[in-house]
Design a protein around this ligand. Structure first.
Ligand code: SAM
Length: 271
């Protein structure tokens, strides 16, 4: 089974290999068959379609495994971008591999990677979060849990929630850089970068800035950011001679700060 990324907007982003696979396989498992049909028609592909959406992944996996067992190749696609990245597909991949068949990933379009590559953020690490919870309380709670991480954070957001999401990012994460990547690869593509605190006003200033598809990329927590005293405790434990891993674990348990963030910080301090 081939996992095939499809364009985010610009058809020319379909790779040569994806084109060949989609033309040659007899079956394409698609998140939305009506959505994928025009792409297949455009390619002159004659593959038959198997619906493989969020609510039927188990059943779809069964059908795909039947085809593979009969010796047919299958391509898995989602509506746009890379399957299984904030899209259905992961359960199908797991089931296909568990049934003993090979899963072949094709690299290709992915909104998160495209946004990150043009973000200009120099953080050496990034965390792909995908969609934040839709409800404000849960969203803020999720952001609290990310606050101390020294990684660039990558979010997907829907247009009708993007302003409130940006407001919450600013309220919870504090002083950072925010990159707003909108309509990537499409006619109105725009990439705006600026201080997170100024982003809600920037978005509200022009309704066009709130339209389309968004990736939000936020720079990572600055070293020594407020982590409920985590760094202070970490330093004490390291000064007492505790190994990095143990010091990070204990400082996280004592203060509630992120163990991973403290571990990264401990490595930096040791350096
Ligand atoms: N699997 C896809 C991928 O690889 O990027 C993501 C699918 S997810 C259901 C859809 C979200 O991806 C959108 O809500 C938006 O946040 C982001 N996205 C997709 N296309 C985009 C584009 N052209 N520009 C900016 N963001 C995009």
């Amino acid at each position: 089974m081939y996992v095939v990324p499809t364009p985010l907007g610009n058809l020319a982003d379909l790779t040569e290999r994806a084109r060949t696979v989609l033309r040659e396989v007899p079956w394409v498992a698609a998140e939305d068959t009506r959505h994928s049909q025009p792409l297949l028609r455009h390619l002159g592909a004659a593959a038959r379609l198997i619906p493989a959406h969020e609510h039927n992944e188990r059943e779809a996996a069964g059908r795909i495994i039947e085809k593979l067992a009969a010796g047919d190749a299958v391509a898995l696609v989602s509506d746009a971008g890379t399957p299984a990245v904030s899209d259905p597909g992961a359960r199908i991949v797991a089931a296909v591999r568990a049934a003993g068949f090979r899963v072949v990933p094709l690299p290709g379009p992915c909104a998160a990677v495209a946004a990150l590559s043009a973000s200009g953020l120099a953080d050496p690490h990034f965390l792909f979060y995908g969609f934040l919870p839709a409800k404000a309380g849960q969203r803020r709670q999720a952001l609290e849990s990310l606050k101390a991480l020294p990684y660039a954070l990558v979010f997907y957001e829907a247009p009708h929630r993007v302003v409130e999401a940006v407001e919450d990012l600013a309220a919870v994460l504090g002083e950072r850089t925010l990159v707003i990547a909108r309509e990537l690869t499409k006619l109105f593509e725009s990439i705006h970068s600026g201080p997170l605190a100024e982003a809600p006003a920037w978005m509200r200033a022009d309704p066009n800035r709130q339209k389309g598809e968004f990736v939000l990329v936020v720079s990572g927590a600055p070293a020594g950011a407020d982590d409920g005293g985590g760094e202070r405790v970490l330093k004490l434990l390291l000064a007492d001679g505790l190994p990095v891993k143990q010091a990070a674990r204990l400082a996280a348990a004592i203060t509630g700060a992120s163990k991973n963030a403290l571990y990264e910080r401990a490595l930096q301090l040791k350096d």
